[in-house]
Ligand binder design. Structure first.
Ligand code: GLU
Length: 509
């Protein structure tokens, strides 16, 4: 496949501001940078934009790093922290001041407000210019030691343009930009300035980020020009909306990468899902379920779409189920085990007779995998393996076991199961070999035969025999495949549960 956007190895970066958890919108930007770096054989870097001391927290930094690690989007070089680069920023600021490309502006706030109001009244967009505050007043203010900010001296009359890889050519009149603030009076630089200084210093060749930064880009291009540096290429990513076409927010459900992790979403599913938010491979028809390897091979920035992407939680759930089913048996056990261990703490997972050793655990996890869309759902689907039900679905009890003859039929079914068990074990040769799917199938088949015969002689449907057993052993009317489940529970446990349920049914009022 040819890729016109990546003729050379690219140095890209993800540059989050650590003011909260890692939002999926930012995670998508990180992913696209990562894929572009990998696709071009370049480098993916991480820069923590922590200069806003009031809003940045160590906790947010930790969360971002954890989420990046969880997704496997680790940087190729040590993370750069902007707060550790104060000297570099100060030097670069001094350079612009010395070259007359920036100046100290003493215009007081009330004057600025007044100018802004006048522009509004005249129906024009306000952009500040040095000439708006008379030079003699500025000098007097300076001598009096008045507060100031540092502004960039935007060349008048020109047009600043850049070619966005997604949005095309974007031109902005410098007079609409005005002289923008690049640092506070105490010398602390602002976002546009530090962003450019660090991108230059880190040798960034392409900046890929959310489209909310399109309006910052002309200012940044002006700064690159002021430093005499060729700007990087830019690719802005489309907005992410909820299914109601409103900007994605907490109202739509989880938006933090850490939240998805605790919902039992696999990182590879989240990455796959995020990759398709604004990007699609070139084929008209393609399998949406892709591994990181496939994504890396196929990804190209020139396939990013500018129309807003829709974040559909249901689709993410579906995709997660698809990725769950693609995991190897070993891998699936490794992912599900922590969920089960947390949900059923103590001896249940490690030493309980129901799940001795990996083979047994693998067996029950495998039983549930067709039904589970998240790792958490394995806990719901498999809970009956770890503890006998103490209550049974009330509606089902009343429907299935209200009549005394139905309870008697359940007990008789229990007796048939007990009487068939050992013979079925011998015939299928399954004992101690839960990993043998064929033997387990054979056991289930042998177990089912006398129950089918019983349903015929009792002149009831097979469901009238099987459903009460399912209710008795799981407490519910839906479960992983019933006979497989019985085998994993073991003869004694099944017998105990059937009797407990029958006894409870007799007490129904
Ligand atoms: N710190 C900015 C943000 O989190 C970075 C923007 C950029 O990538 O240049 O939005």
């Amino acid at each position: 496949m040819t890729d016109s956007t990546s003729p050379r190895p690219e140095r890209v970066r993800f540059a989050p501001s650590p003011t909260g958890y890692l939002h999926v919108g930012s995670a998508r930007a990180a992913l696209f940078n990562f894929l572009h770096a990998r696709h071009t054989g370049g480098k993916f870097l991480l820069r923590i934009e922590d200069t806003d001391l009031e809003r940045s927290t160590d906790d947010a930094v930790r969360q971002i790093l954890e989420s990046m690690k969880w997704m496997g989007l680790e940087a190729d070089e040590p993370a750069v922290y902007q707060t550790k680069r104060v000297d570099l920023h100060a030097r670069r600021l001094e350079e612009l001041l010395a070259a007359g490309k920036a100046y100290r502006d003493y215009c007081p706030k009330d004057r600025l407000d007044q100018l802004r109001d006048e522009a509004r009244a005249a129906g024009t967009i306000f952009s500040y210019r040095e000439t708006m505050f008379p030079a003699e007043e500025a000098l007097a203010a300076q001598e009096a030691g008045a507060p100031f900010v540092i502004r960039f001296r935007t060349p008048p009359g020109e047009v600043t343009a850049f070619n966005d890889l997604v949005y095309g050519r974007i031109e902005t009149a410098n007079d609409a930009i005005g002289d923008f603030v690049i640092a506070r009076g105490d010398g602390s630089p602002l976002y546009n300035f530090t962003n450019v200084v660090d991108d230059v210093d880190m040798g960034i060749t392409l900046v890929c980020r959310g489209e909310d930064h399109v309006s910052n880009t002309p200012k940044q291009v002006l700064l690159y020009q002021a430093f005499g540096v060729q700007p990087p290429r830019f690719a802005h990513l489309p907005l992410i909306l909820g299914t109601d076409k409103q900007k994605l927010s907490k109202r739509h459900g989880a938006t933090g990468v850490d939240q998805f992790a605790s919902l039992g979403i696999l990182p590879e599913a989240l990455l796959n899902f995020l990759a398709l938010l604004g990007w699609a491979p070139s084929e008209a028809e393609f399998d949406e379920v892709m591994t990181m390897e496939e994504l890396t091979k196929r990804f190209s920035l020139d396939r990013v779409n500018k129309s807003p992407a829709v974040f559909d939680h249901e689709k993410l759930m579906w995709m997660n189920g698809m990725h769950i089913r693609r995991l190897s048996a070993e891998e699936l056990v490794a992912r599900v085990l922590p969920v089960l261990a947390e949900r059923f703490p103590g001896e249940h997972v490690s030493g309980n007779a129901l799940v001795q050793g990996d083979a047994m655990l693998r067996g029950v996890i495998d039983l549930a995998k067709e039904r589970c869309r998240t790792l958490i759902e394995f806990g719901d689907a498999l809970d009956f393996f770890f503890a006998a039900p103490t209550a049974w679905d009330d509606k089902a009890m009343r429907k299935l076991l209200a009549a005394p003859e139905a309870v008697e039929r359940l007990r008789e079914t229990g007796r048939i199961i007990a009487a068939t068990w050992e013979g079925a074990v011998a015939k299928s040769g399954i004992a101690g070999q839960p990993e043998s799917a064929e033997r387990l199938e054979a056991w289930c088949h042998t177990m089912e035969e006398p129950l089918r015969a019983f349903s015929e002689s009792a002149a009831v449907k097979f469901g009238a025999i099987a459903q009460p057993v399912r209710l008795a052993v799981t407490g519910r009317t839906a479960s992983p495949p019933l006979f497989h489940g019985l085998w994993f529970l073991g003869a004694e446990e099944v017998a105990r549960r059937i009797e407990a349920c029958a006894a409870a049914a007799e007490k129904l009022e």
